[in-house]
Design a protein around this ligand. Structure first.
Ligand code: EPU
Length: 342
């Protein structure tokens, strides 16, 4: 089927990125089905433009107007597609809101995604950076996904291993960047569900609420309470969640830092590696609550950069650069941004 996509030109992206940066797209299209992608591919002019896929816009910094075609993923639908003795398989279209998917699974008495409650963004974005929180990552439950390949014009199925998931990373941030668009994601949710409450904040919250044997909904509610208290709501204060990844350093580097900074917060990854809490490093450099131009560091969590008014992408990058420089000077650790700079 060929359809002619309805393109809007010089389109403001202010409401399409959670930082609320007012950059423009040269061209913009709503992708309501994979047929729209096929027609873009077969159009000589549209297919020659640089492409940017937007889901919830919760993981990008728009540093300038985008001189190409922004494709906003709008494909909808959530359904149970199969089940066996061990799993229920739920397929969700890329344009669904992530948190709405989590609530849908809970409404259907399916556990697994509850620790990932309230993460901003869309289902299609979840595998791109392998979203994670409170001891769970999207990759733990992703069975596979379907992507549209702009090179071949085909729809390709990828399994979990094909996606090469890492900490806030996947093949879609690397080799397949801007080549493939996620159409839908299938999750394998375990029938023998067990609560994952290993993360201290979650365990504490459940105890405070008097919950002894938590169900998936209880865990979700605890996570929602923690996130609401600690993280700014992008609908109120523009932000993109954690702005930097927690850096991974060698055990030797971590031990040397711990000697100099006894308060250092670190998590063992293996015998050779530790993850450092970037929020702690930034906090120690005195950045928490500070502003630089119209961009600032959130007062309750130093890992979150916020738009304090009319911040441009350049303001946000300038602040991020200043923080990276200070952390590098003080701790010898290079912070890496989580969102993509466009
Ligand atoms: N800390 C400080 N000062 C701060 C912030 C944090 O000292 O201003 C310390 C905390 O006291 C704590 C440690 O740093 O000891 C870690 O903080 P927290 O538990 O809040 O988690 P995080 O490492 O900052 C990560 C994820 C979040 C996720 C939470 C909970 C990354 C980059 N961030 O944050 O994910 O919600 O754990 O699992 O991995 C996101 O990626 O957008 C995100 C919000």
């Amino acid at each position: 089927m060929t359809i002619s996509p309805s393109i809007q030109y010089h389109f403001s992206l202010r409401h399409h990125n959670t930082f609320g940066v007012d950059a423009q797209a040269y061209a913009y299209v709503e992708v309501a089905s994979s047929a729209v992608l096929a027609s873009i591919r077969s159009d000589n002019i549209l297919s020659a433009l640089p492409r940017l896929v937007l889901g919830g816009g919760s993981n990008i910094v728009l540093t300038q107007d985008f001189p190409g075609l922004v494709m906003h993923m709008g494909i909808k639908g959530i359904e149970i597609v199969a089940e066996n003795d061990e799993f229920t398989f739920v397929r969700a279209a890329a344009g669904e809101n992530w948190h709405q998917l989590v609530l849908w699974t809970l409404d259907h008495a399916l556990g697994g995604l509850e620790n990932l409650s309230l993460i901003p963004g869309s289902v299609g974005a979840a595998p791109i950076q392998n979203i994670g929180a409170y001891g769970v990552e999207a990759r733990d439950y992703i069975h596979g996904l379907r992507v549209y390949d702009f090179d071949s014009g085909e729809i390709i199925m990828l399994n979990n291993a094909d996606c090469r998931f890492g900490y806030r990373d996947s093949i879609f941030k690397q080799d397949l960047r801007s080549r493939c668009i996620v159409l839908d994601v299938t999750f394998a949710l375990p029938k023998r569900w067990q609560a994952n409450v290993g993360y201290a904040d979650v365990a504490r919250k459940l105890t405070e609420s008097g919950v002894v044997a938590p169900c998936a909904r209880d865990v979700s509610e605890a996570v929602i309470a923690i996130r609401t208290a600690k993280l700014p709501d992008p609908a109120v204060i523009g932000n993109a969640g954690s702005f930097f990844k927690n850096p991974i350093v060698t055990t030797r580097q971590r031990d040397a830092l711990l000697d100099r900074f006894p308060g250092l917060v670190s998590y063992r990854q293996s015998a050779f590696e530790y993850k450092l809490a970037a929020g702690w490093l930034i906090d120690q450099c005195g950045w928490k609550g500070r502003k630089l131009g119209a961009a600032g560091v959130y007062e309750k969590q130093a890992l979150v950069l916020v738009n304090r008014g009319d911040a441009t992408g350049a303001d946000i990058v300038q602040l991020a650069d200043a923080i990276q420089k200070d952390v590098l000077e003080r701790f010898g650790v290079q912070l890496e941004p989580e969102p993509v700079y466009v």
